[in-house]
Design a protein around this ligand. Structure first.
Ligand SMILES: Cc1cc2nc3c(=O)[nH]c(=O)nc-3n(C[C@H](O)[C@H](O)[C@H](O)COP(=O)(O)OP(=O)(O)OC[C@H]3O[C@@H](n4cnc5c(N)ncnc54)[C@H](O)[C@@H]3O)c2cc1C
Length: 367
């Protein structure tokens, strides 16, 4: 009797697992993939998509094709509830599934807090495809020459990239954008080297993007309190950090302090050894690992080994994250900004490099 492995979510790590299964699918495993969409959208290319560098179809991986080639059954539904002690998943299409092994790579949701009360002007960055479709609808509601007041809340790399990309997208439509990047007290690119932060601040200033280092809270639809000022906005994009999905709290699996699945260095649940979790949805108890696409991809290499090893009783590998990650931020002007430890650079060659890395990543899974 084959063991049943369920891949929950089509995140970065599962792309690597599927790629591996296309070449070497163990006969003793029945594999199912559960994903709300047959496409996996790549966040690294979202700023370029908004700024007009790419088309939507350039920025996604065809999960249905990968599953077909890997001999994996794709179930197009979202998880709604999980009973870890019964190894049971309840899906949005009404079906329930049992598993012997479960691998969770469902990412994170956007931390919205009271911004939720802002009404139609609010655009959470995730899910990425919803964000993109809604942004296009909202942009299309303006006519050339209109002044558009847009706020991006969140001072991380995603917030900065999106602020620059939205400005470019609005300019391309003949609109007059007034963009505010609201970062909270920690400012832009907290955790990056001060040289990178300075370089980004210069760029934002040059582009006329105002940076406000205060917290934003909602007053009423379309109106924000930012520090001691009130701000009316036509649209607000929330890139406010990672929040655990609601279904995790009731699953009965051990959670870390941040509400995500608590895992060990093998990316294995500390309470349910038949469960593995990678990417934003997992939090390592042995060491803090940043929630980023880079780590989700890298941990995927270990995950693909560990899933097969766990099914056959072999020993597991550890995921050893590199201490420093490379970030390439699209600055929406034909250039990108590099942040790698203390090093920084800004230029067209950085964007060309980013373009090569991103398109090679997508191509590796779509071919
Ligand atoms: C604009 C932007 C730019 C970014 N740029 C970078 C970058 O350049 N480098 C970097 O390292 N990080 C970047 N990040 C961060 C990065 O996107 C995340 O850390 C990364 O996507 C996490 O990967 P993941 O594999 O855990 O999940 P995801 O890539 O989010 O994939 C999760 C998958 O699970 C599916 N899913 C969700 N809920 C369910 C459910 N209930 N049931 C079934 N399936 C579900 C989703 O549809 C999705 O397919 C960026 C983020 C943003 C917003």
């Amino acid at each position: 009797m084959p063991k049943r492995l369920i891949l929950l979510g089509g995140g970065h790590a599962h792309l690597r697992v599927l790629k591996h299964l296309i070449k070497h699918k163990p006969a003793e495993l029945e594999v199912l993939l559960v994903s709300p969409s047959p496409w996996q959208y790549y966040s690294g290319m979202l700023p370029g998509l908004l700024a007009g560098d790419y088309r939507l179809q350039d920025c996604r991986v065809d999960l249905a094709s990968m599953a077909r080639r890997a001999g994996v059954e794709l179930i197009t539904a979202a998880l709604e509830y999980w009973v870890a002690d019964q190894r049971l998943l309840g899906l949005s299409d009404g079906q329930t599934l049992h598993y012997d092994l479960l691998s969770v790579n469902t990412g994170s949701e956007t931390q919205l807090g009271d911004l939720q009360t802002l009404g139609d002007v609010l655009l959470p960055i995730k899910p990425l495809d919803h964000f993109y479709q809604r942004s296009q609808q909202l942009f299309a509601a303006f006519v050339p020459g209109d002044l558009v007041s847009a706020a991006v809340v969140g001072g991380g790399a995603a917030g900065a990239e999106i602020a620059m990309a939205v400005q470019q997208a609005l300019l391309t439509r003949g609109l007059r954008p007034a963009i505010q990047l609201i970062t909270g007290e920690s400012g832009v690119l907290a955790g990056h080297a001060s040289a990178v932060q300075r370089r980004l601040m210069q760029l934002l200033q040059h582009k006329g993007i105002a940076v406000i280092a205060s917290r934003a809270s909602a007053i009423e639809p379309g109106k924000l309190q930012v520090g001691d000022k009130q701000l009316s906005v036509d649209l607000l994009i929330a890139t406010t950090g990672a929040r655990a999905p609601d279904w995790l709290a009731a699953a009965g699996v051990s959670l870390a302090g941040d509400g995500f699945i608590a895992v060990n260095a093998c990316q294995q649940s500390v309470s349910h050894p038949e469960v593995f979790a990678v990417g934003d949805v997992a939090s390592r108890l042995d060491k803090p690992v940043e929630k980023s696409g880079v780590h989700a991809v890298k941990a995927g290499g270990v995950l693909r080994h560990n899933l097969v090893a766990a099914a056959s009783g072999r020993s597991l590998k550890l995921y050893k994250p590199r201490p420093v990650s490379l970030y390439l931020l699209n600055t929406a002007d034909g250039k990108a900004l590099l942040s790698w430890g203390p090093l920084t650079a800004h230029g067209a060659w950085v964007l060309q490099w980013k373009h090569w890395l991103d398109t090679t990543f997508i191509k590796a899974f779509n071919d």
